[in-house]
Every structure is written in structure tokens, then in C-alpha cells.
Design a protein around this ligand. Structure first.
Ligand code: BYC
Length: 483
């Protein structure tokens, strides 16, 4: 079993000590990463002790260790899943040949771009969430957001390791650039659209974890199929960590739904939840529409020669590629893809190779639907006649076939006039945002929760819900220096 070496400045299971050059390069990057973390990481809590899990091995059973940690002292490191002896490439034109341990020269630029795009999302999400600690609904939630943040930081390390270890000077330059771009900055934005949106409140945060982190799951799962073995092994371990982030999202929204329907029952009201301090279901639906649509964009265009090339080259596979029983070449196969025709959106058969983004989006949508079904079960259980729905995949898109169109959540192509008249029904309004913002007052007493969210069913790592997950009693003055 691969235990992680914690005696090193950079914990790792890749024998970093044996590669002095690489070690030195990463040790030079480390203080710049910490500068970035201190500047752009969670605001106001850097000197606090947080009950965090740290990876101590890559064994799926018992890989994590929980302890009190100040975030800047978190042991970010490099952890690759165990190698699979004799692993071969499962798809594309190199199918059946041994997985690559080094970057093939002809794919260097493409692979670097994929790794940089993946890497860029990780610090971006930390930047997007940096103010949220100040308005946490509970210590339990505060700890969870910090867990997500430090692990996104670790995922940046995961990609930076690949860049440093396998891409020479270009890789080192890209690793620097990952610390230079900033979410939402018009001069140096993050690469993908959703990572430049604001995450101003906790409803947005939970939606982000549910929808956008789930894109992460599907992209990482596709990269875990890569013929470039170090990328595959890196992504396989990242997926283990990612599961908690999606749990935070699904459970967070589930707890808000729970509280809302309890308030509706208690006060015998269907449409006046706001008066009782809850988040009404139509507002939740509008937030859901927004976060789902920007996350659907993250899969790229329905028809993509990039995606076809990634696949044929053996760089990025399908979700669960090795479990599929076809030729893994897709030269003849077709796949149904959405395409607008007049004022409707149809399904048309397209070559499966160029339709790979849409196929991954289908896997993703099915997974999202399972979570939405669980939220609806909570609503139904309280006898309330309301159903949360995923918007049509053409709704509010900025990438792909529907980017130039106005599409309603139920999938009609609508006129600009209808869009303008009804968009307040479909997307969060300034009024919704102001109302949600008005609820964001911090609750930091152990075991207490804000009035718009139900407590979780259980605590973290077997601890009680009322456990002091973040110790807010730092020495006076310390926060001012480091926060
Ligand atoms: N925003 O052929 P197309 C995560 C660009 S999240 C802006 O349609 P392609 C996480 C595209 O780059 C997972 N630009 O798409 C979650 C291309 O540019 P060029 C992140 C976009 O290339 C939460 C052009 O449009 N991982 O881990 O097949 C918290 C035409 O592109 C967007 C990855 O994304 C967009 N939404 O696929 C923390 C995996 N979409 O070439 C972390 C790596 C497309 O014309 N990335 N474009 O300059 C990829 O696999 C692919 O780059 C994409 C796009 C799937 C993103």
C-alpha cells in the first residue's frame, strides 16, 4: 500500500526525493502557491484551527486522517493512485498498447492544454468562494467549505506536479500562470466560463458543489481513462476527494429544501416562506436553472473535433470507458445529439466521435437528475405539490448549438420578447439575490444553524453535529496578520 511520505516538505507518494531537479522546482513553486493561498484563499479564517481530513495514503479504504489544522499549514501534496500493472490504452488509435509513462511528443501541446484547463478550475473555485466563511450558516458548514477549499488547492498541486514533471519549461510557465489568473478578472480571467461567475451566497455555493463539482467528477473520470498514465493515476485519486464536494452540494440543497418545506407546513403557507425566513422553492428553482446551465456549458460544444481528437489520440476517454462493450474506436458509430431546427430542438444522429462532449453531458444530466429526485422526495414527503426540475439543456447556454438562441427551461425556442418578459421567472432576479443575501448572517455557535437550513443528519467523521468543527478563538492580532 502506498503510504504518503510526510517527512518531506512536499508530502508525496511519487518518490520526489529521488528526483532532485523536480523537487527543487516544486519547492520553488510552493511559497508562491502559499502566497496565492494567503491572498486568495478563505478570507478571515487563516489562523483558525479547522477539523480537516488529510490524505495519508491512496488506499480507497482508510486514506484519510482527521485533525485540527490551520489552513495555511495544510499538508498539500502529490498523491497518485497505485499503478495498475500492465495497464494498456483502452480506446482510440493506440488501443491495446501499453499506457504511456512519458508524454508522447506529438500530443504534448494537447495534453498540456487539457491539464492546464483542468488545473485552472481548482484555484478558480477557491477564489470564487473566498468570502463565504464570513456568512456561514453553521460551524459544520464552515468546516465543509474549508475542506472543499483545501482539497481544490490540492487538486491544483496534482496538475502542477504533472506540468513540472512532464512538460519542462513550458510546464513550469503554465504552473506560474495558474497562480496569476483570477476568477472574474477581466484582464486575466480563469479559462472556463462558470469559473468566472460569482459565488456570492451559500445557496449558490451548494448549487455550485452540486452542479459544477459534478462536472469535475465527469471530466476527471474521462481523464482517468487517459493513455497518459500519470494523468490517469492523478485523476483517479482526485475523484476520491471529489465525492465529498458533491455530498456537500447535494446535502446542502437537501437541507435547505427540508427547512423550506418544514416552514411551509408549520405556517400553513404555500407562497409566503420568505416571511418566515426560508428560501422559497421557486427561488431555489431559479438558482438551480442558473447553476445547471453554466455547468452544462463546461462540457463544450455538442459537436467537437477537439473531443474527437482527444479520444482518437487516447488522451481523454468516455465516462467508464473500460466498462463499455463496443469497439472503443467509434469510427462507424453514431450518437443522438440535440440540434435546434426552427423553433424546436430535435435529436439528430451524429458521428459518435465528434459527439463525445454531448455523450458525457448525458451521463452528467442523468446523475444530476438522481440528486433532484432525492430533493423532490423530501418535498413530496411533506405533502407539498412542487417539483424541482432540471432545465432543458438548451436553456441559458453560452457554448454550443443553443448559444445564439433563447430557450425556455421547458425546451421551447422563444423570441427575444418572450425571453425578456419571462426571464425573471427562470433565472435569479436581483430581488432574489438581495433576499438570499439578507439571510446570510453568520451562525458560529456549535450545534446552531441558520434559520433557512436544516441541520445535517450526522456530523463529520463520526463527530456529533454540535462538535466545534472550527475553533474561532484565535489569539488576538493573529488574524489581522494572516487572515
Ligand atoms: N468556457 O470543441 P469545444 C472541475 C472553448 S470542473 C470557455 O466545444 P472542447 C472543478 C474550448 O476550450 C472540470 N471556453 O470544446 C469543479 C475551445 O477553445 P479553443 C474541469 C470554453 O475543447 C468545481 C472552444 O471553446 N475540467 O474540475 O471539446 C470546482 C471550442 O471548444 C468552454 C475540464 O474541463 C467554456 N465553458 O471541450 C473545482 C477537463 N467550453 O480550442 C474544480 C479538461 C469550451 O477553440 N478540459 N470552450 O481555443 C476539456 O476536456 C475541454 O477543454 C472542455 C471543452 C471539455 C472544457
Amino acid at each position: 500500500m502506498a503510504r504518503v511520505d510526510y517527512s518531506e516538505r512536499i508530502p508525496n507518494n511519487v518518490s520526489l526525493a529521488e528526483n532532485r531537479r523536480l523537487l527543487r522546482a516544486l519547492e520553488e513553486w510552493q511559497p508562491r502557491y502559499l502566497d496565492w493561498w494567503n491572498q486568495m484563499g478563505p478570507e478571515g479564517f487563516q489562523a483558525r484551527d479547522v477539523y480537516l481530513r488529510t490524505a495519508i495514503s491512496v488506499d480507497p479504504q482508510g486514506w484519510a486522517h482527521f485533525d485540527w489544522v490551520k489552513m495555511p499549514e495544510y499538508r498539500w501534496g502529490i498523491f497518485l493512485a497505485e499503478p495498475e500493472p500492465g495497464r494498456t490504452i483502452a480506446f482510440g488509435e493506440h488501443k491495446g498498447t501499453p499506457a504511456w509513462q512519458d508524454v508522447p511528443g506529438e500530443y504534448r501541446g494537447t495534453l498540456r492544454r487539457l491539464i492546464v484547463t483542468q488545473g485552472d478550475t481548482e484555484p478558480a473555485s477557491v477564489e470564487q468562494q473566498r468570502h463565504l466563511g464570513r456568512t456561514c450558516p453553521s460551524l459544520y458548514d464552515l468546516r465543509n467549505i474549508f475542506q472543499v477549499n483545501v482539497e481544490e488547492g490540492r487538486h491544483l498541486w496534482a496538475m502542477v506536479y504533472l506540468l513540472h514533471a512532464h512538460f519542462g519549461r513550458d510546464g513550469r510557465e503554465e504552473a506560474e500562470a495558474l497562480l496569476q489568473r483570477r476568477s472574474g478578472d477581466s484582464d486575466k480571467p480563469r479559462i472556463l466560463g462558470a469559473f468566472n461567475e460569482r459565488t456570492p451566497d451559500w445557496l449558490s455555493f451548494f448549487m455550485f458543489c452540486f452542479f459544477t463539482d459534478r462536472d469535475g467528477k465527469y471530466q476527471l473520470a474521462s481523464l482517468a481513462e487517459s493513455g497518459f498514465d500519470p494523468l490517469s493515476r492523478t485523476c483517479r485519486f482526485m475523484l476520491t476527494e471529489e465525492a465529498h464536494h458533491m455530498f456537500v452540494g447535494e446535502a446542502g440543497i437537501g437541507r435547505i429544501v427540508q427547512k423550506t418545506v418544514e416552514l411551509m407546513r408549520e405556517h400553513r403557507t404555500d407562497d409566503d416562506v420568505r416571511r418566515h425566513g426560508g428560501i422559497d422553492l421557486p427561488t431555489m428553482q431559479r438558482y438551480l436553472n442558473f447553476h445547471c446551465s453554466v455547468s452544462l456549458d463546461l462540457f463544450g460544444s455538442e459537436i467537437s473535433t477537439n473531443a474527437a481528437n482527444f479520444y482518437t489520440a487516447g488522451l481523454k476517454g468516455r465516462f467508464e470507458e473500460t466498462k463499455k462493450a463496443d469497439d472503443h474506436l467509434l469510427r462507424e458509430a453514431t450518437y443522438p445529439v440535440t440540434r435546434p431546427e426552427g423553433d424546436t430542438i430535435k435529436l439528430v444522429e451524429e458521428p459518435a466521435l465528434t459527439a463525445l462532449n454531448e455523450r458525457l453531458r448525458d451521463d452528467y444530466v442523468a446523475d444530476c437528475q438522481r440528486g433532484v429526485d432525492r430533493w423532490n422526495a423530501i418535498i413530496r414527503k411533506h405533502g407539498i405539490d412542487f417539483e424541482l426540475r432540471l432545465p432543458h439543456r438548451g436553456f441559458h447556454r453560452a457554448i454550443g448549438n443553443c448559444a445564439e438562441l433563447r430557450v425556455s427551461p421547458d425546451g421551447r425556442v422563444v423570441s427575444e420578447a418572450e425571453w425578456d418578459a419571462r426571464k425573471h421567472e427562470w433565472l435569479p432576479t436581483p430581488g432574489d439575490q438581495a433576499y438570499v443575501a439578507s439571510l446570510m448572517t453568520p451562525v458560529v455557535e456549535p450545534g446552531k444553524f441558520a434559520g433557512w437550513i436544516a441541520p445535517p443528519a450526522r456530523g463529520i467523521n463520526g463527530q456529533p453535529v454540535e462538535f466545534e468543527y472550527v475553533k474561532l478563538s484565535a489569539r488576538a492580532g493573529e488574524e489581522g496578520r494572516r487572515g
